[in-house]
Design a protein around this ligand. Structure first.
Ligand code: NAD
Length: 521
């Protein structure tokens, strides 16, 4: 057990040529201490660009999850955190934001190595992680108790709604925005006074443990934040099932989200589920064509298409189709695949070999079902990229909305282009999906765009934009894209229980309405 939060370096096993080579290792963070897993097992976090080991990470199992949950439970039931003054909690969250900012460069580099994010994307993520946490610190300071003015009547009663923390929160996150997702869970959960057990993705655990170090340095009370990297079926399910956890906040695929909801039902746990998407990007006939082409590329190819709200289905009016596609193909061909550390790289690798195979499998399926690959469609044939899990940016034309590539989440740089005749048809096809996360409309006429936007059954719609998610606005999904909302005041409230307090002002026995019902006067 090491009580300090220093980065440990251990010899890289099996590196016979260079036995002195050291590498980073990470422990679990439980009850304010950095510890090995009870099984002593570790797993390797792999750089998706060159397959080198980024770090050896302690592999939490169900036993470790139980220890972390017990620590969080004690910290909630007996510790100072939920009882602290709002301003004190806010100051500690602000300190997290400041320390992320101080360590921006180092965290960006680690995120690039661990996740294959391009340095431009990772830099933005770390900046936003700090900014988002700064916002949550302001929410932490906010008075959430609200008077119920419609109900309160002087001389009769005063009624208020008090917002209290839910308790112990189990937070489970994916690999596509590793630090930012950790902040999106920890920020509001802690701001509301909860304690947390966070499980990062087994594919990108590193920056979450660096975050644990930051939290440790700041001096959070033991057990308020516990971070247990490991695998979903081992540590994740224990967090979801354990009766000492009051709420699960999950971000990941819809398939796992369904499992999480089913397991959480055993104890009727509160759940927030942020799941998959197949977002429709509708270009109207009067759109600024060049802007819409660039927007469509940004919507799908940002982070190699590994964004939950990526614009994966592009709806084009028949009249614009050919000109639009010509421009789109020409520009897509100019995108540079490369080392994610190189600032001129547009697309890095996808997260893993398995993901690369999955994405290429969908390309095969699209061709089999009759769609046409207009550009891309393969792993690049480039010796410099041979060790990376790359997929060329791919555009399918001739797609029908019923095809697999238009219905299932691919989570890679693959765009399905679908033609439409009328706006109503575009809207109908856009909504013909099990998902409802994001969506976009491109038009010079704001009223017309707004009318289409209002018909889309999705949690976010951008007009002449994409990917802009603000910490101040609610984010989440309709249909199978999720349950509940993250971010904004609505996101904060998801981590609270609403308690109605009725304070009598009648002040006299005679005026009580219930005497005549059961109790004799
Ligand atoms: P995933 O569902 O495979 O895993 C997500 C997390 O759940 C990981 O930490 C994983 O270890 C854990 N997990 C897996 N099985 C589990 C189980 N049985 N019990 C408990 N935990 C379990 O998703 P992923 O591949 O890591 O991420 C990609 C998915 O995340 C995509 O579907 C994407 O759309 C979604 N996503 C959604 C949002 C959103 O806000 N809606 C944001 C980012 C990513």
């Amino acid at each position: 057990m090491t009580p300090c939060a220093k980065k440990r370096r251990v010899p890289l096993e099996g590196d016979k040529k260079n036995p002195k080579k050291l590498m980073t290792s990470y422990q679990l963070y439980i009850n304010g201490q950095f510890v090995d897993s009870t099984s002593k097992q570790t797993f390797d976090s792999i750089n998706p660009f060159n397959q080198e080991i980024v770090a050896k990470v302690a592999r939490a199992n169900a036993e470790d999850a139980k220890l972390a949950i017990a620590a969080a439970r004690k910290a909630f039931d007996e510790g100072p955190w939920p009882r602290m003054k709002r301003e004190e909690r806010a100051a500690m969250l602000k300190a997290i934001s400041d320390k992320i900012n101080e360590r921006k460069k180092e965290l960006t580099k680690l995120e690039v190595d661990d996740s294959g994010s391009t340095i431009r994307k990772a830099g933005e993520d770390i900046y936003l992680s700090a900014r988002n946490m700064n916002y949550f610190s302001k929410l932490a300071a906010m008075e959430l108790t609200e008077p119920l003015t419609e109900l309160s009547k002087p001389g009769i009663s005063q009624n208020i709604v008090v917002r209290e923390p839910v308790g112990v929160v189990g937070a489970i996150i994916p690999w596509n925005f590793p630090l930012k997702m950790a902040i999106w869970k920890l920020g509001p959960a802690l701001a509301a006074g909860n304690t947390v057990v966070l499980k990062p993705s087994e594919l990108t655990p590193c920056t979450a443990i660096e975050l644990a170090k930051i939290i440790h340095e700041i001096g959070f009370p033991a057990g308020v934040v516990n971070i247990v990297p490991g695998f979903g079926n081992e540590v994740g399910e224990e967090i979801v099932k354990n009766p000492m956890v009051d709420k699960i906040s999950f971000t990941g695929s819809t398939a796992v989200g369904k499992r999480v909801m089913a397991l959480a039902a055993e104890h009727l746990k509160k759940v927030t589920l942020e799941c998959g998407g197949k977002s429709a990007n509708i270009v109207l006939e009067d759109a600024d064509l060049d802007l819409a082409v660039d927007g469509a590329m940004y919507a799908i190819f940002y982070h190699q298409g590994q964004c939950c709200e990526a614009g994966t289905r592009l709806f084009l009016p028949k009249k614009l189709h050919d000109e639009f596609i010509d421009k789109l193909i020409a520009k897509t061909k100019r995108l540079k695949l490369g080392d994610p550390k190189d600032p001129t790289t547009d697309l890095g690798p996808v997260i893993s070999k398995k993901q690369q195979e999955r994405v290429l499998g969908y390309v095969t399926k699209g061709k089999q079902e009759g769609a046409t690959v207009a550009v891309g469609g393969n792993a690049p044939n480039d010796a410099k990229l041979a060790k990376g899990f790359f997929v060329e940016p791919t555009v399918f034309t001739g797609v029908k909305n019923s095809m697999t590539i238009a219905q299932e989440e691919i989570f890679g740089p693959v765009l399905s282009v679908i033609q439409y005749e009328t706006e109503d048809e575009a809207v109908r096809m856009a909504n013909d999906s099990i998902y409802g996360l994001g969506g976009g409309v491109w038009s010079k006429d704001k009223d017309r765009a707004m009318s289409v936007a209002s018909k889309l059954r999705t949690g976010t719609v951008w007009i002449n934009e994409w990917h802009l998610i603000s910490e101040k606005a609610p984010f989440g999904g309709y249909k199978q894209s999720g349950v509940g909302r993250e971010l904004g005041l609505e996101g904060l409230k998801e981590y609270t229980e609403a308690k109605h307090v009725h304070i009598d002002e009648l002040g006299s026995r005679d005026k009580k309405p219930w005497y005549d019902t059961v109790v004799p006067k």
